[in-house]
Design a protein around this ligand. Structure first.
Ligand code: SAM
Length: 216
């Protein structure tokens, strides 16, 4: 029960509505590291299955936006090694410092981290084979503009994968903050993407994959 309460805080710490910008609610890195890196999380987050499902190839570049402690970034770095790159982006300098120390400790030279602003991933054109969001998009304000800015950063054939809490999940953000699977698909469609894949092996989260829609 305690565990469920702690895990529920993954989203509960965010008191703003879905349209408002994030307010640095993840600045207490040591607290959040215990939550994000809890061994119990793996039972429902299934990180190895997630990485396997993404079918990454050595040499690819993966950008993990809102990477937190690098829970997925370090796994992406291993999946695309030796020549591929995994880049964890976060608005919290403390999270980025955590990831840099993590990369050094794990001796993963292809695992990078940097601070970005809340309204833009600040990526150069044609840089990413995969952009990944896990439990992040409900924290981002003006998602339409954000997703538009993301498109040029994708290489030809590049994808965006999104994992976020289902409306029905017993853990996650307060109900009012959640973005349902259907709303997420609509949000991406409005921003000019099409749904290209979906996996249903996560008990509490949906897992969607998008590509930019061809222009008419
Ligand atoms: C719930 S945590 C998820 C962390 C990680 N993705 C994971 O699955 O363990 C959300 C993270 O997104 C970051 N974040 C919130 N808004 C952001 C934004 N606009 N751009 C980048 N990161 C953001 C927060 O600082 C936090 O580290």
């Amino acid at each position: 029960m305690t565990l469920l309460l702690v895990l529920a805080l993954i989203g509960c710490a965010n008191a703003q509505g879905p349209g408002e910008p994030a307010r640095h609610q993840f600045h207490d890195v040591s607290h959040w590291a215990e939550v994000f890196e809890s061994p119990a999380r793996a039972k429902w987050q299934k990180p190895a299955e997630v990485v396997r499902a993404l079918d990454l190839k050595p040499g690819q570049t993966v950008v993990d936006i809102g990477a937190g402690t690098g829970y997925f970034t370090r796994r992406f770095a291993r999946a695309v090694a030796p020549s591929g790159q995994a880049i964890g982006l976060d608005i919290e300098p403390g999270m980025v410092a955590y990831m840099k120390a993590d990369a050094a400790k794990l001796k993963l030279p292809n695992y990078h981290a940097r601070v970005v602003s809340a309204d833009s991933p600040e990526l150069p054109p044609d840089c990413a084979d995969l952009v990944f969001f896990c439990d992040v998009l409900h924290h981002i304000g003006n998602r339409d503009s954000y997703l538009q800015k993301l498109k040029p950063a994708l290489k030809p054939g590049g994808r965006v994968a999104v994992i976020d809490f289902k409306r029905s999940s017993p853990i996650g953000p307060p109900a009012g903050m959640r973005i349902s699977r259907e709303q997420m698909i609509d949000q991406f469609k409005q921003a000019g993407y099409r749904l290209v894949g979906e996996r249903d092996f996560l008990p509490y989260q949906y897992f969607l994959e998008f590509k930019p829609a061809p222009r008419n």
